[in-house]
Design a binder for this molecule. Structure first.
Ligand SMILES: NC(=O)c1ccc[n+]([C@@H]2O[C@H](COP(=O)([O-])OP(=O)(O)OC[C@H]3O[C@@H](n4cnc5c(N)ncnc54)[C@H](OP(=O)(O)O)[C@@H]3O)[C@@H](O)[C@H]2O)c1
Length: 285
């Protein structure tokens, strides 16, 4: 067992088997240190580990469901066993679901609260005090441009990202003079498995903004984090979308988002219990 003084700083990526988390792991690996990769899929973790090694980092993989009640302890014990400490925490595990809140299964919707909010918060609150004590490192929390508005037909997802942005920005302010950065990453659409998981591949709202490459988002995130930024919104179009969301009154914005995210199979908002497309669709636009 290593003595505490010998422990080495690691970048710990939660949700590293694919998408944005895996891309951030690749970018962080260029600094040459240990990168701890965590997610459920062993296959995805092994692929991510090979990429980290190719980029010059030292990969460690931990197959873990972050929704397990002891997941934070499992991460901490894994780090200790390997003579590492969490220098940078990247909270990228998350999912969304497209559909009406009254129509989607309740457990799946509550899973969004458990993963996007509870697990992210627990990991942040566990590792952040240690970072502050060391006066180094920090946290990158994945929010979204969705955090700037409520999102009918993806209600839980938008609300969860609003929480992440609010929480991360507040804590950024609290610790900013300690040498630790808590950064909120708020991308628009990024080309990953997210849309398949969310059942949102065909929602027209996601075609309004260009689909960004995960690698580009990761480069922007890492640069912003290393400069101590509070929030990074990659790409001009996403920044403009945030600006528009702030300008438009909710009375215009919410019906617009509802229309762009609703599908014909969602329950009709008139309360008939019928599918939207089978009910008075034309009247309920
Ligand atoms: N793609 C976008 O357009 C977009 C835009 C803005 C924000 N975001 C946010 O960015 C984050 C990453 O999304 P992504 O686009 O990279 O999606 P993704 O490709 O679906 O990746 C999600 C990652 O989270 C992991 N994960 C999911 N559930 C988990 C669990 N219970 N325990 C551990 N790991 C879990 C997945 O791995 P396993 O399945 O192997 O566990 C995977 O590595 C999410 O928080 C998402 O909300 C995405």
């Amino acid at each position: 067992m290593n003595s505490q003084a010998d422990f080495r700083p690691a970048v710990v990526v939660i949700g590293a088997s694919g998408g944005i988390g895996r891309a951030i792991a690749r970018v962080a690996a260029r600094d040459g240190g240990p990168v701890v990769l965590t997610a459920r899929s062993i296959e995805g973790l092994n692929a991510a580990a090979a990429e980290v090694r190719d980029a010059g980092g030292e990969p460690f993989t931990l197959a873990l469901d972050v929704l397990a009640h002891d997941s934070t302890t499992q991460v901490a014990e894994f780090l200790a066993r390997n003579g590492l400490y969490c220098d940078v925490l990247v909270n990228s595990a998350g999912y969304g679901l497209r559909g009406a809140a009254i129509g989607l299964p309740m457990d799946d919707q509550l899973g969004i609260v458990d993963l996007n909010i509870r697990a992210l918060t627990e990991l942040t609150l566990y590792f952040l005090p240690q970072m502050v004590a060391r006066k180094r490192g920090g946290v990158i929390n994945l929010s979204s441009v969705a955090s700037f508005t409520a999102g009918p037909y993806m209600a839980l997802y938008y609300a969860s990202k609003g929480f992440v942005r609010s929480f991360s920005q507040a804590v950024h302010q609290e610790v900013r003079r300690s040498g630790v950065t808590v950064m909120c990453l708020a991308p628009g659409p990024v080309s990953t498995e997210f849309y398949a998981t969310a059942g949102a591949r065909h929602a027209s709202i996601f075609t309004l903004l260009p689909m960004l490459d995960a690698q580009y988002v990761a480069e922007q995130a890492w640069r912003g984090f290393r400069s101590g930024r509070r929030i990074v919104i990659p790409g001009l179009s996403a920044k403009l979308a945030v600006y528009a969301a702030r300008l438009l009154p909710a009375s215009l914005l919410l019906p617009l988002i509802a229309r762009l995210q609703r599908s014909g199979n969602d329950p009709c908002p008139c309360g008939s219990g019928k599918k939207y497309k089978k009910c008075h669709g034309a009247r309920h636009k």
